[in-house]
Ligand binder design. Sequence first.
Ligand code: PMP
Length: 437
Amino acid sequence: MNTHSPSETAQAAALDRSSNAAIDARRVAATPRGVGIGFPIYAQRALNAELWDVEGRRYIDFAAGIAVLNTGHRHPKIVQAIARQLDCFTHTAYQVVPYECTVALAEQINARTPGSHAKKTAFFTTGAEAVENAIKIARAATRRSGVIALGGGFHGRTYMGMALTGKVAPYKLGFGPFPASVYHVPAPMALHGVSVQDALDAIAQLFKADIEPEQVAAIIVEPVQGEGGFYVMPVEFMRALRAICDRHGILLIADEVQTGFARTGKLFAMEHYDVLPDLMTLAKSLAGGMPLSAVCGRAEIMDVPAPGGLGGTYAANPLAVASALAVLEVIDEEQLCERAAKLGQVLTGRLQALQKKVPGMREVRGLGAMVAVEFAQPDGTPDADAVKQVQKRAQDAGLLLLTCGVYGNVIRFLFPLTIEDAVLEEGLAILEKALLG
Ligand code: PMP
């Protein structure tokens, strides 16, 4: 029943939609605080690496929708592809009446992901859903239950996503119990005194203390931890994981939801390793701002679940699939892998130069344009406050920065790879000032 009186409806129509503060007050009243927001500014429009709020203020966007906009806001080719699809149909439910563009996208992903073996790809809507389905497929294919994930890893907010995520606050607080048979081992992190050997010893210990390897279906790993702090997994570690998997019949799942689609200087981060995963999860920049995710894997593994076992009403949404095909074209035409490598070098150089003047900048690290800077106090204690201050100063000067890290003490950079040189330079100048205080 509609309980609003006509005068209340008129009042709502007269709401101030051009004031960030007024909308934010309504947000607080109308939506739960559990859906946290990064900035109390409200988007009006955006183009490539720039965004304007409802008050007409311009921001340079180094957050890019959390790694979703490697091809920028509203790339003309991508907008055109979505518009063309909009003129045909917006939804049939792929599982009811399928459409060719999804088959074409699966073919492209199968061909372009690492490894020349036979692959198949299934589409879903969110990154978490891709992770859920990768685990479903791995369990069905191995007929085993155990899954090993890494401390600090992030795999989504659904129940299996939370179970796999190696960070309690805020993701798991109050939400347990989680699905069983999920085990965590520390991720190698030289900066925090965890060597590759330490991480491997923890897996050996797990096999002694908690679960026999013959009961483990999969090991899931982000080649570069995203939310966890942009820690790049060492090559020796990935090789060792592959060897453990091969020895015990375990499947290796690479979660490339954040690392994929040119961000690291290759189309997929796993191309930096001489190791092939059995399954990969993809999302975020796959469809340049449209909700789409995928699991790509060895054909024989992907084919284990019975018809109807995989899918979802909105899985492979046609607008999102059309967008994804255009994303791949843009990545090729604009050579965004090469550009990511170059942009990463520029950013890393600038940050490293600043490290001499800002001692709190403990480490600058990354792969391609997936770059971050970690802050610590002189005694090594993680410094989340410093990060918040830099983020606030940058915002005040018109630059949106994202943080990450188990301690919230890392600033990560995810600007569109299509960013214009002048806009990048402007953003870097603001960043430098914000870092210098
Ligand atoms: N895996 C990784 C590596 C991620 O970075 C994320 C999102 N930050 C997810 C899974 C979950 O994706 P989504 O938020 O689309 O569910």
